[in-house]
Ligand binder design. Structure first.
Ligand code: CP
Length: 310
């Protein structure tokens, strides 16, 4: 079996394959009867050691629409609270013979550690600052459908890049597919040597927006800034907040994206976020279900004896 721990290591044709597979689920998700049930009989455990709305619910919905028995483990209500270690938790879940483990954790690398200890495919639903591969896939699917292509598109990623697994996975995916990626952040929220990832670095948001076709805003991750530089929300908004006026600097129909949850009034104003002609934020959530159905289907093919990616 094969895991999906990150976009790093995936080739362009594998990413394109997952996006094509996701595309086929969109119509089913928009129909009244939403079941395919090709994964009936399989068990999916979603083990979330960190809070989530979009990722947890869309993985649960995706698994159920494919017919799997889906159970959720919220760390806050589990024996993790009694001091059980990550490895003991992984071994315990594995003993229940799941066919798929979907894991979110606040520590970078924790999902890979678990993947090493279990006998089924593991899907990374976000680990610390490291990767959030299905977020990057759903973002790419959204760009492909709304802009018409990912290759050669000009994408600005703005905000708290330092703490963002979303930014990291998106940079890896978008550069692999041949997009031009510009990264904008205050100098204190830029990872060291980020330009080695094939992006152009800006600290001036207005300059970065010239010619942009996609503007992807990131959440200020205040929960990861303990003991570190914490920008004042008002100053941050003045320099790095996406307003309607600022958006005029981008291409005429530039697409606005945000992975959610949003800090309205800090990284993005409500009039921009809620403008459905420009903002793809709810469409990103919709694409998330299709992408996760594709990943669950593809990653369980080995177990089901079905030919394909895994
Ligand atoms: N985008 C995202 O991962 O959202 P959640 O934290 O709500 O899952």
């Amino acid at each position: 079996y094969r895991h999906l721990l990150g976009i790093g290591g995936l080739r362009a044709y594998e990413i394109a394959y997952l996006l094509d597979e996701a595309e086929q689920w969109i119509a089913l998700n928009r129909a009244t009867a939403k079941h395919d049930d090709r994964l009936a009989g399989l068990t999916q455990i979603n083990a979330f050691f960190e809070n989530s709305t979009r990722t947890l619910l869309s993985f649960e919905i995706a698994g159920k629409r494919l017919g799997m028995d889906v159970v959720n483990m919220h760390a806050a209500q589990s024996s993790v609270k009694k001091g059980e270690t990550l490895i003991d938790t992984a071994v315990t879940l594995n003993a229940m013979r799941p066919d798929m483990l979907v894991i979110r954790h606040d520590a970078s690398g924790a999902v890979a550690l678990i993947a090493d200890k279990v006998d089924c495919p593991v899907l990374n639903a976000g680990d610390g600052r490291h990767e959030h591969p299905t977020q990057a896939l759903l973002d790419a699917l959204t760009i492909r459908r709304r802009v018409g292509r990912v290759e050669h598109s000009v994408v600005v990623i703005c905000g708290d890049v330092l703490h963002s697994r979303v930014a990291r996975s998106n940079i890896l995916l978008l550069t692999t597919l041949g997009a031009e990626v510009r990264v904008v952040a205050p100098p204190t929220l830029l990872p060291p040597a980020i330009e080695r990832m094939g992006v152009t670095v800006f600290t001036d948001f207005d300059a970065a927006l010239e010619g942009a076709e996609v503007v992807m805003m990131l959440r200020l991750q205040l929960e990861r800034m303990v003991g570190a530089f914490v920008p004042s929300p008002r100053e941050y908004h003045a320099l790095y907040g996406l307003t309607r006026e600022r958006l005029r600097r981008a291409e005429r129909n530039a697409l606005v994206m945000h992975p959610g949850p949003m800090n309205r009034g800090i990284e993005i104003t409500s009039d921009v976020a809620d403008d459905l002609d420009r903002s793809a934020i709810t469409e990103q959530v919709e694409m998330g279900v299709a992408v996760r159905m594709a990943c669950l289907d593809v990653l369980t093919r080995g177990r089901r004896g079905v030919e394909g990616w895994a």
